[in-house]
Design a protein. Sequence first.
Length: 177
Amino acid sequence: MSHPRPPVPAKLVIGVIVRDKKLAIPVCDHLGGAFGDIDMISPWFPFKDTAYYESEMGEDLHRRMLAFKQLIDPGRLAWIKNRTNAIENDFLENNRRRANIDPGLLTHERFVLATGKNFTHRIYIGQQVYADLTLIYQQGCFQSLPWTYPDYRRTNIQDFLLSVRKKYTRDIQTAAL
C-alpha cells in the first residue's frame, strides 16, 4: 500500500515570448514581484519553430527562460498559471498579447508546463488549468515526448534546463541541511 507524502518542492521555470525584447524588462519585474527573486536567466532564443503566436503577436518572436530562486509546492502550479495569465493581461495592447508567459515546474524527473488547453496527454489540476508533461529526465539528459512543443525539443532550451536542474539539485541539498 502506498502512503501519501508531501511532494518534493519544485523549481519554477517560466518561459517568456515577446516580439520587443525591451518589454521583457517590465514583464520580468512583474514576475519577480509575483514569484520572488529570479535565479537564472537564459540567453534569448529565437522563437521560430511554430507560427502559432504570429497572428496575435507578430513575427520575429523571441523566448527567454527564467528560473526562480524559491522552491515551490508543485500543488501551486494552477494558481501560478492563473497569476501569469493576469500578468499577460497587464501588457495587452488593443486586446492582443505582447507577452506570452508559460510557467512550468522542474524536478529531478521531469519538466511540466501549465496550460489552459486540454488534450489527450494533459492532466487537469484544477482552476481551469492542465499539466503538460513536456520533458522527462533519463540517462543524463532530457527526453522529448511525441507531444513536446518544438522549441522545447531544441538543444539550447534543454541545455538551459539542464543547468537549472543542476542548480535545483544544489538547492534541494541545501534545503535538506
